[in-house]
Structure formats: C-alpha cells, structure tokens
Design a protein around this ligand. Structure first.
Ligand code: MG
Length: 160
C-alpha cells in the first residue's frame, strides 16, 4: 500500500449580507464569507489537501478565481471535481481531519450534517471525515470576526 498526506489552509473575509457557507451548509449567522465562489472555507481546504497530497497544485490552479465560470459556484462541485481527479489517479481516501476557526456562531450543532454532506460527495463512510471547530479566544482576525479560516489534513492510499 502507498500513502500520501496532504495539507490545506484557507482564509475568507466575513461580511454582512453574505451567506456563511461551511462544509456545504448555510449556517445561520449575521455575517457570511466573502469570495469568488460560495467561499466555503472548509471545502476549499479539503480540495487543497487532496491536491497537495498528489502534488497537483492548489485550488486556485484548478479553479482560478479570475475565471467567470467559478463565480458564485457551489464549492461542493469543486470538491467533487477534485475528488474525481484523485480517484482517476487510483487513490482512495484513508481519512481526513479538519478544523474550522471561527469566533461565532458555535458550529457544534452543524458538524454532523457537514460530515454527512462531505461523506456523501466523496462516497465514503462518514467515520473517515473529521470536522472540528474552534474559536481563537477572541484573538486575531478570527477573534475579531473579520474572517474565518480552516485547516485540513488528508491521507490518501493506493494499492501498490
Ligand atoms: Mg477559499
């Protein structure tokens, strides 16, 4: 068996009048994330971690934010396309683990639905998908609610 590990990190600004899309869900809140796509920071780091594992560049390489085709696009489509690319090269998912950094709202009530959403897109068991959330104790751009960030690590495997 061969293994590849990948890592992803992403940040989006928060602003009023935008949807807060995280893990494929719209989380009710007074602010949302700003971006060329639907600005789903969690799905973006999952894409980046998968691409990074195979040294295939990053999400901006594959889905440029200068391309009108990706304006407002549902990031579930980006994750599915990334996953299709990974699978086309013979790799499967061992597991992924992620952390969303957001001061508020609390994400705990939404985590299980996010995990189910991602597992459904990838066609894997939900126990392979880790999603956690943390505040930054009111420190930094996350703490002041100017932004949201996320981290992901992915382990891919392939029979060899
Ligand atoms: Mg992003």
């Amino acid at each position: 068996m061969s293994f590849r590990i990948g890592y992803g990190y992403d940040v989006h600004q928060l602003a009023e009048g935008e949807d807060l899309v995280i893990g494929g869900l719209v989380v009710p809140h007074t602010k949302g994330s700003v971006g060329h796509s639907d600005a789903d920071v969690l799905l973006h780091v999952m894409c980046d971690a998968m691409l990074g594992a195979l040294a295939l560049g990053d999400i901006g390489t594959h889905f440029p934010d200068t391309d009108p085709a990706y304006k407002g696009i549902d990031s579930k489509i980006l994750l599915k396309r990334t996953w299709d690319l990974v699978q086309s090269k013979g790799w499967t998912l061992s597991n992924m683990d992620t952390t969303v950094c957001l001061q508020q709202p609390k994400l705990k009530p939404h985590i299980s639905a996010m995990r189910a959403c991602v597992a459904d897109i990838l066609g894997v068991d939900v126990d392979r998908i880790g999603i956690k959330a943390t505040t930054t104790e009111k420190l930094g751009f996350v703490g002041t609610e100017e932004g949201i960030s996320a981290h992901a690590v992915v382990l891919l495997e392939k029979a060899s």
